[in-house]
Design a protein around this ligand. Structure first.
Ligand code: FFO
Ligand code: ATP
Length: 195
């Protein structure tokens, strides 16, 4: 592992430990605040297709926010893990059965339509003020976003996290895709690329 990768692994571990250390009550309160803020602050383009996620471990629970964005007219999709390298976004319809979609996630099965999101609510382990993010280390989102961009699509990227996941600086790597903004319990923080 090179120095950058070791730094990333440490930052990831520490940020996830801070997230895990939040009490259930703190997590619920912060998740409700995030849903309330997202409801008013996330702009939806016409024909909005929003990727969300079903929470695993101690992640923010954005299911209420996804329900709200659907009520505002968005189509909602969530990731399904196809392989070590690939995720796709399957449409989440009300009342459709959910299956195991890998690593503890649940979502629609292979019969669901695969969508190209134009707004992505991106899960993360750690983020910085520039909008750089760290995930669980599989590169799933970096690759999924790169694939959309290769096809000329430019989804708006909104990271979803608790404030406790903020770090001073995520080490840069060429494949990292930076976020446009990060939504936490204290607001929608626009990325400041110059910092
Ligand atoms: N809720 C949610 N869904 C998501 C993601 C996410 O971050 N959150 N993903 C975001 O990409 C994708 C899933 N990617 C994941 C990648 C690794 C691990 C994980 O637990 N990795 C182990 C190491 C496993 C190993 O090395 O074999 C770990 O971190 O301990 C979980 C999800 C798609 N769905
Ligand atoms: N666009 C890409 N093309 C090829 N390999 C990639 C790409 N993005 C990431 N990778 C590879 O995936 C691995 C994990 O990357 P990284 O540590 O940045 O993941 P992460 O951002 O923590 O995870 P995720 O994107 O799943 O949330 C690295 O080995 C990296 O080289």
């Amino acid at each position: 592992m090179n120095a950058g990768a070791a730094d990333k692994a440490d930052l990831r571990r520490q940020a996830l430990a801070r997230r895990d250390a939040m009490s259930i009550e703190e997590r619920i309160e912060a998740s409700i605040a995030i849903a309330d803020l997202g409801r008013t602050l996330i702009d939806l383009p016409s024909g909005a297709i929003v990727s969300g996620f079903s929470p695993i471990r101690s992640e923010v629970d954005i299911r209420p926010l996804m329900a709200d964005l659907r009520d505002r007219g968005a189509r909602i999709c969530v990731p399904a893990i196809l392989s070590r390298e690939e995720i796709v976004f399957r449409e989440l319809l009300r009342h459709a059965p959910l299956v195991d979609t890998g690593f503890g996630t649940v979502g629609p099965g292979p019969e669901a339509e695969v969508l190209d999101p134009n707004v992505m609510l991106v899960p993360l382990a750690a983020f910085d003020a520039r909008g750089h993010r760290l995930g669980y280390g599989a590169g799933h989102y970096d690759r999924a976003i790169a694939r959309l961009q290769e096809r000329g699509l430019k989804p708006r990227l909104v990271g979803i996290a608790f404030d406790s996941q903020r770090v001073d600086r995520v080490p840069d790597e060429p494949h990292d895709v930076s976020l446009d903004a990060i939504l936490t319990e204290t607001g929608l923080h626009a990325a400041k690329p110059q910092v």
